[in-house]
Design a protein around this ligand. Structure first.
Ligand SMILES: C[S@@+](CC[C@H](N)C(=O)[O-])C[C@H]1O[C@@H](n2cnc3c(N)ncnc32)[C@H](O)[C@@H]1O
Length: 275
């Protein structure tokens, strides 16, 4: 089964995590990143270079690793859903998971098969069970998650990383609304958005054009992440741009421009609670 174009971008982000992991001052270490990135990931890393993408991916991973650990420890969450999990190996590499944690990994069927093949039988840590669920996140997927054993009455940690710019706005709204409906009190949503200007940023044109040529164009951005989340049933607890305090990790080479300056390409990392 061949992976869709958009799924190959998961190998690109894994390649960026491999590079960060191999630095002497690594923000995080993903020991599986090079394996799951494979040659495709490193070819795409070269093709999609520029516009701070590698630095952003290191910061995004660092931010979300910390936020995952805080949600698990602080809110005692034992049910986790990686929405568009890609080649993310957090179930294997983070040491924050409590006994009895169930992790659901949602993505396209071919991506999930390829991930399992590349990982070659690596076992998750004792006490954690992994449940891959093959879905189309732009369609209906709730039943499939429920069939896999997901319990909507239990607090859930949702991670939606590196997905939403690939979807149409109406699909992003439906996705966040569905996730909200499945979220009991005490649930947490973590993720990232691009701003609208990022979709037309001339400095990022080679990167954006290459993604579009490869069949994975960026389609959605928002300049008002707090309001957008609120419209979908979520209360932003924290929104950070790369380079902001708590989202810097010594990696961001550009100035951070104040939020009220218009016309600037931005990325947003967020932590949100059910509204
Ligand atoms: C850039 S990768 C991000 C993967 C991972 N979360 C990360 O940050 O490395 C985008 C992921 O979204 C998945 N994806 C995109 N559209 C999807 C859809 N309609 N249904 C399911 N998965 C989708 C792709 O298969 C791919 O794994």
């Amino acid at each position: 089964m061949a992976m869709e174009a958009v799924s190959k971008t998961a190998q690109w982000t894994a390649a960026a995590r491999a590079l960060e992991s191999e630095r002497p001052d690594a923000v995080f270490v993903d020991p599986y990143a090079r394996t799951v990135a494979a040659d495709t990931g490193f070819t795409l890393l070269e093709r999609y270079a520029g516009a701070g993408t590698v630095e952003y991916l290191a910061i995004r991973t660092g931010y979300l690793d910390r936020a995952v650990a805080e949600a698990v420890a602080g809110q005692g969450i034992r049910q986790v859903v990686f929405v568009a999990t890609g080649m993310d190996t957090r179930p294997f590499r983070l040491d924050c998971w409590a006994e009895g944690t169930k992790v659901y990994e949602l993505d396209r069927p071919a991506l999930l098969l390829a991930k399992d093949e590349l990982l070659g039988g690596v076992e998750p840590p004792a006490g954690l069970t992994r449940h891959p669920v093959a879905v189309d996140l732009a369609g209906k997927w709730t039943e499939l998650l429920l069939l896999a054993g997901f319990r909507p009455n239990q607090p859930t940690l949702w991670v939606i990383e590196g997905l939403m710019f690939f979807l149409a706005e109406e699909d992003v709204r439906r996705l966040l609304g569905t996730v909200r409906k499945l979220s009991a009190d005490g649930s947490v949503l973590l993720g990232d958005f691009a701003s609208r200007v990022s979709l037309i940023n001339p400095m990022a044109r080679p990167f954006l054009s290459a993604l579009a040529e490869d069949g994975a164009p960026w389609r959605f951005g928002t300049d008002r992440p707090e309001e957008f989340l609120a419209e979908c049933g979520w209360q932003a607890r924290e929104v950070r741009q790369p380079g902001d305090e708590g989202a810097e990790f010594g990696r961001w080479p550009y100035p951070v421009v104040a939020r009220d300056v218009p016309g600037v390409p931005r990325s947003f990392l967020f932590t949100a609670d059910p509204a």
